[in-house]
Structures are given as C-alpha cells and as structure tokens.
Design a protein around this ligand. Structure first.
Ligand SMILES: Nc1ncnc2c1ncn2[C@@H]1O[C@H](COP(=O)(O)OP(=O)(O)OP(=O)(O)O)[C@@H](O)[C@H]1O
Length: 309
C-alpha cells in the first residue's frame, strides 16, 4: 500500500478526536474521507501532513515511515479549503512558491510554473494578481501549486466548499481528470456524500474519530456495514412492515403496489426532473421516502401500499 495509517490517535486535552484509525490506499487512488462536522477528518489530514503530531500510531508513504518528520520534509502537499494563496503575489509566483525551497533556479521554476498552469488552462493568467481571478480559478491555482512539488500524496481539505453548486461540480470533474491522468494519490476530505461517491475510488466513513467503513462507493452504498454507514451515505428508510419486521431500504428500492408490505398515506410529492420523490407516512406514523420513475404520479393524501422491489 502507498499510504498507510496504522492505529493513529489524537487527543486535545481530555478529548480523543481520532481513535485508533487504520486505513490504507494504493498508489494513484483517490480516497474520500467522509463524515459529519467535527468527526476528526481535518485532524486526520493534519496528522498526515505533519501539522499535527500523532499521539499514537504510524504513518507510512511509499514504505517510508513519516510519522515524526517535519511537515516540509514529508512527501505530502495540502490544498486547503481557503486555498491559502498569497494575495500580494501573481498567479505564477504563487504556483512556483514551493519550488524556492528546493534549489530550483528562478528561470526553470517559471517554465515549470507555466507548464503546470497549462494543465488547468490558466497560462494566460500567469501575471494576474490573486484578487483578479475568480474562485474557481483560485481553486485551480491552489491545486497546481500543490502539484508542482510532485508530492507522493496530495491532501485536499474540503477544497470545493467555497464554490457555488455548479462550479463545485465542474471543479470536481477537473480534479478527478487530473488525478486520473497523473495518477496522483489523493485524500479528499468532504462532508458531501455525492462528492464522495462521484470522486472516490474509495470512501472512508468516519464517525466520532473512528473509521466506520472503507470501500468502493458502490460497496459502501450497497453493503453498509452498520446503521451509521447506511444512514450517512445516501438516504435510508427504516420502518415496520405489516408483519412487525423492521425493514431498512433505500428510497429507490421501494415501489407502490396493490398489495404491499406496508400501508401509508402520501404526504408530499416532488417532481425532481428524472425521478419523483414521495414522502409517505405509515399507519404507525413512520416516515418513508420513495423514489419512483417520473411517470408514476400519485396524488398527495392518497392511501397507498409499498413493496420492497
Ligand atoms: N487544535 C485543537 N484544539 C482543541 N480541539 C480541537 C483542535 N482541533 C480540532 N479540535 C476538535 O476536534 C474535533 C474534530 O475536529 P476536526 O476539525 O478534525 O473535524 P472535521 O471532521 O474536520 O470537521 P469539519 O467538517 O467541521 O471541518 C472537533 O470537536 C474540534 O473542535
């Protein structure tokens, strides 16, 4: 494995924020670290980058134990949520900043910088100041600034959270494309489940400092190991059927039927373009979300029965 976290833990005072966390990632894969606010994602990332010391455990990159190395000695680079670009420098100067400390001559560094700006289609902005470029463009600059030092592992801490919904989708596609093309090993922190599913070769779900499950998006979605993973990744229903059994299923796994396993009343209907979403209240006052083909139209207030497909 290329990146290995072995039983790492971190406490702040009495509070244990990361608890005995182990995970590994092959070279060239993108891992999405997914979890609710405060579950320890950023703390985990900071331990990999070296900005925080681990209390326990080991971190290995490409077989090298980096647990006690200073941040600048680690073959790791981070793209922060705030981008952390230098406002008084031009785009190009920002991109080549990290090369200064590597003994690369200015001329060569500038040539490299232009090459990297080309990757994200930004070479014409080389001389612009940071304030003159848009949020999406700043994101691109932050990305290539981290890539230019050729880190073995690139860490991204909610890098898209400052962008509007449309740009987020565009930028995540760009990041994925670059990641695949250059076979970069990445850890991408997000609390957006859709982002995690689209981007990740692997998804690691964290809860209260612990790893709940790690696997391919499909694996985690279709075979959640426990209730937390099921509820966290995608929408999940839990209700009691007419035989008294507890049923857990996804909205798309249910359909309206003449004779189903649960009865209820349609409380709300939503048209979402390529599907319809229904909110059904059962006789036991449990709430179920159902997603159907958009051609299936049921009036609000109607009594219905549902069946697991
Ligand atoms: N330097 C610190 N000192 C004390 N407590 C801290 C420190 N850094 C983080 N914490 C606490 O550790 C917990 C985990 O924080 P962390 O930033 O890792 O969470 P997160 O999963 O990245 O959350 P978010 O999605 O909101 O960024 C939080 O309760 C936070 O308040």
């Amino acid at each position: 494995m290329y990146l290995e976290l072995k039983n790492i833990s971190k406490s702040f005072g009495e509070k244990e924020v990361v608890k005995d966390l182990s995970l590994s990632l092959p070279k060239g894969e993108l891992l999405c670290l997914l979890g609710a606010s405060g579950c320890g994602k950023t703390t985990t990332l900071k331990m990999i980058s070296g900005f925080l010391k681990t209390d326990e455990g080991q971190i290995l990159v490409d077989g090298q134990d980096i647990t006690t190395l200073a941040p600048e000695k680690r073959p790791v680079s981070t793209v922060f949520q705030s981008y952390a670009l230098f406002p008084h420098m031009s785009v190009l100067e920002n991109v080549i900043y990290g090369l200064k400390f590597r003994g690369i001559r200015k001329k060569e560094a500038r040539e490299m910088g232009m090459e990297y700006l080309k990757i994200v289609d930004m070479e014409e902005y080389a001389g612009a100041s940071i304030g003159e470029i848009s949020g999406g463009q700043q994101q691109r600059v932050a990305l290539v600034r981290s890539l230019i030092t050729k880190p073995k592992v690139l860490l991204l801490d909610e890098p898209l959270s400052n962008l509007d919904a449309k740009l987020r989708v565009k930028m995540r596609e760009e990041i994925r494309e670059i990641q695949k093309k250059y076979e970069i090993t990445m850890v991408f922190v997000t609390h957006d489940q859709e982002e995690a599913m689209v981007l990740g070769d692997q998804i690691a779900i964290m809860d209260q400092g612990k790893l709940v499950q790690i696997g391919k998006p499909e694996e985690v979605y279709l075979h959640p190991q426990n209730d937390f993973a099921r509820d966290f990744l995608g929408i999940s229903n839990r209700f009691t059927d007419i035989h008294g059994n507890t049923i857990c299923c996804r909205p798309e796994e249910l359909e309206f039927a003449a004779e189903g396993s649960v009865k209820g009343i349609v409380r709300q209907e939503e048209f979402l373009g390529f599907y319809r979403q229904y909110y059904v209240e059962t006789m036991n006052h449990e709430h179920i979300i159902v997603r159907t083909d958009r051609n299936i139209k049921v009036e609000e207030g109607k009594e219905v029965q549902l069946r697991v497909k």
